[in-house]
Design a protein around this ligand. Structure first.
Ligand SMILES: Cc1ncc(COP(=O)(O)O)c(C=O)c1O
Length: 425
């Protein structure tokens, strides 16, 4: 499609947008009395209007039923977490039995590593990407230390080539092959938080398995953003936070995928608690742990129902719309944003560079823009003028037009504000 940098053209795209009506289902902050243009759904998604209703329902049940709410609430609390499995399974390409929701992301990755990082003899290394999200770096370093290794001996980082912004699949595969039988685990971010690059998870998972390693994915920037086929790709485990593209609210619960081939095993290592115990017998208070026959076996504590309620509200919308429709709109709106950025660059010689891959299957919603000229000042100008983006050192602005609530007019308006900002600074 040939795009135009005009308000009329942006309006035409909005008129063709089947998801346009969802914008009003979300609550936008205001700057100078006007709703903002929100580009940070990759950091914290907006609040769905329905979230409050779901939270209020729990508050009412708690007030009216107190402890009885565990069994007689509108949505009983004792198995509340099970409500997520089928719907989330559709979002990430897992069977319902392979999905559970609990804790928060880094905590879950630690818990999953208790099962999937089993260093033994000469197989003890973890392969990850260089400059992974800091929490992942700390987590992996602390895991190898926990098992008695130093970071230097046990953590192997895949590197980008000098002067390049993306990881090359061939380099990832070469590193996996090089480490070979010393590798216990490959654990990488499926969508890079900095550049927005989508990795070839199917190929990398296969390569990890070929050397006898387990393969897990941090899907913080992938869930609700890109097409995932965790079961078909034979991924061992994955976890994601829900407060970014999944719009569940700040710091909210994390989703986990645990491949069905690990369910029901007697000799598996796992950190356990009563919420993972056979749910029919959970309240019999028996001494011996009897795991649930599915991913819920990894649950530990009783579920934080108040926190989970908005996640459920948001998930209902994902289920209503489906990932294919979100991805279709995402592709169009990101392409339009890219076009607008290039137009502004041509107009005012802004000298910025998009460091996100241009191929559709190598990127999701996020475009990361490296500013060779104005940096923080431009970011501040955008924020003061109602465009919420985020800033990453040394000079990167990340823009993620979430398809649920961003419009094509937002992209056009953003371009105009950006142009004014560049001319002014
Ligand atoms: C890629 C990635 N991994 C891990 C985390 C940490 O998540 P949490 O604080 O929920 O553990 C984040 C948070 O933004 C992230 O973007």
């Amino acid at each position: 499609m040939t795009f135009e940098n005009t308000l009329d053209f942006a309006k035409k795209l909005d008129a063709e947008d089947k998801l346009a009506s969802y914008k009003k289902e979300f609550i936008f902050p205001k700057v100078n009395g006007k709703e903002v243009i929100y580009f940070t759904g990759n950091s914290l998604g907006l609040q769905p209007r329905s979230a409050k209703k779901y939270v209020d329902e729990v508050m009412e049940d708690w007030a009216n039923l107190a402890v009885e709410g565990h069994f007689y609430a509108e949505k009983p609390w004792w198995d509340y977490h099970e409500r997520f499995s089928a719907k989330l399974g559709k979002v990430v390409g897992g069977k319902p039995s392979e999905i559970t929701v609990m804790n928060t992301l880094t905590v879950n990755l630690h818990l999953l590593m208790a099962t999937f990082y089993k260093p033994e003899g000469k197989r003890f290394k973890i392969i990850c990407e260089e400059k992974a999200f800091p929490s992942d770096q700390y987590m992996i370093a602390s895991q190898v230390k926990f098992h008695g290794y130093t970071e230097d001996e046990a953590v192997v980082k895949i590197e980008k080539r000098e002067g390049e912004h993306f990881f090359r699949t061939e380099d990832i595969l070469a590193k996996i092959e090089e480490v070979g039988e010393e590798c216990a685990l490959v654990l990488i971010g499926g969508v890079n938080y900095y550049s927005g690059q989508v990795l070839d998870m199917a190929t990398v998972t296969k390569a990890g398995h070929a050397i006898g390693a387990k393969v897990g994915w941090d899907l913080a920037h992938a869930a609700g953003n890109i097409e995932l086929k965790l079961h078909d790709w034979d991924v061992d485990f994955a976890a994601w936070c829900s407060y970014k593209y999944m719009n569940s609210g700040p710091g909210n619960a994390s989703g986990c995928f645990i491949n069905e081939k690990y369910h029901g095993l007697k000799d598996i290592t796992r950190l356990e608690g009563w919420w993972g115990h056979n749910k029919e017998r959970r309240f019999l208070m028996e001494p011996e742990f009897q795991p649930e026959p599915n991913a819920h076996a990894w649950q530990i504590s009783n579920a934080p129902i108040l926190a989970m309620a908005p996640y459920l509200a948001s998930l209902e919308m994902f289920d209503e719309v489906g990932m294919p429709a979100l991805i279709e709109k995402r592709n169009r709106i990101v392409a339009y944003l890219q076009f607008i950025l290039h137009e502004i660059d041509k107009d005012v010689d802004a000298s910025f560079e998009i460091i996100t891959p241009s191929k559709q299957d190598e990127r999701g919603t996020q475009l990361s823009v490296f500013l060779h000229g104005e940096g923080k000042e431009l970011f501040n100008y955008l924020m003061e003028n109602g465009v919420i983006t985020d800033w990453r050192e040394p000079n990167v602005i990340r823009l993620a037009p979430a398809p649920f609530y961003c419009s094509f007019q937002d992209m056009y308006n953003f371009g105009q504000i950006l142009k004014r900002g560049i001319l002014k600074i």
